[in-house]
Design a protein around this ligand. Structure first.
Ligand SMILES: Cc1cc2nc3c(=O)[nH]c(=O)nc-3n(C[C@H](O)[C@H](O)[C@H](O)COP(=O)(O)O)c2cc1C
Length: 172
């Protein structure tokens, strides 16, 4: 079983979730987490499962303008947020739009604020749709992992992500 977790992350929380999912999936074989800016060069046909996630921005997937907004947040004096290397280069939305059509197994996740999804929106809705559009079968319901107002993961979310990755990689 080979699993690839492709993620986008402005402040690091979605990266932590992606890495936890990969740790869980590694129980069933080989698994790695890859930032979306480096995913173009990857041959996705070599993977049994592709898991894709990103932060929820303005109720959906990020856009160049919302990524600039994240950059400005991190640049404010005394900001708690630190920008991930290469964070503003590209996003999951842009990557999905250039993905070749394939037949494969996939799952989508996001990070979002800790409030009802009706209020926050969920990037994973769009990610899941994009994956299906490219010919992927979704092997699980899309999942959200929750952050606080400073975009830090809520306690227990990394462990939940690891468990989700384990369960995903265990589905055949
Ligand atoms: C420009 C911008 C817009 C955001 N919009 C939303 C939103 O609509 N709903 C939400 O739940 N969180 C929103 N957030 C919070 C992000 O979801 C949060 O920063 C992200 O999950 C943290 O993940 P990261 O550290 O990987 O970037 C927004 C954050 C930014 C910077």
């Amino acid at each position: 079983m080979r699993t690839l977790v492709v993620y986008e992350s402005m402040f690091g929380s979605t990266r932590l979730v992606a890495e936890a999912i990969a740790r869980g999936a590694a129980d069933a074989g080989e698994a790695q987490a890859l930032p979306v800016a480096r995913a173009d060069a990857e041959d996705l046909t070599g993977y049994d499962l592709v898991v894709v996630g990103g932060p929820t921005h303005l109720h959906g997937m990020s856009r160049p303008s919302s990524r600039r907004g994240a950059e400005q947040t991190a640049a404010k004096p005394g900001a708690d947020e630190t920008l991930e290397p290469g964070a503003t280069e590209t996003g999951v939305r842009e990557w999905l739009s250039t993905l070749p059509s394939v037949h494969g197994r996939a799952a989508a996740f996001d990070t979002r604020r800790h409030a009802p999804a009706l209020l926050t929106g969920r990037a994973s809705n769009g990610i899941g749709k994009g994956l299906r559009h490219r010919g992927y079968d979704l092997v699980a319901e899309s999942e959200s992992f929750l952050v606080d107002k400073k975009s830090c993961l809520e306690p227990g979310e990394e462990a939940r992500a690891e468990q989700w990755g384990r369960a995903l990689a265990g589905t055949r």
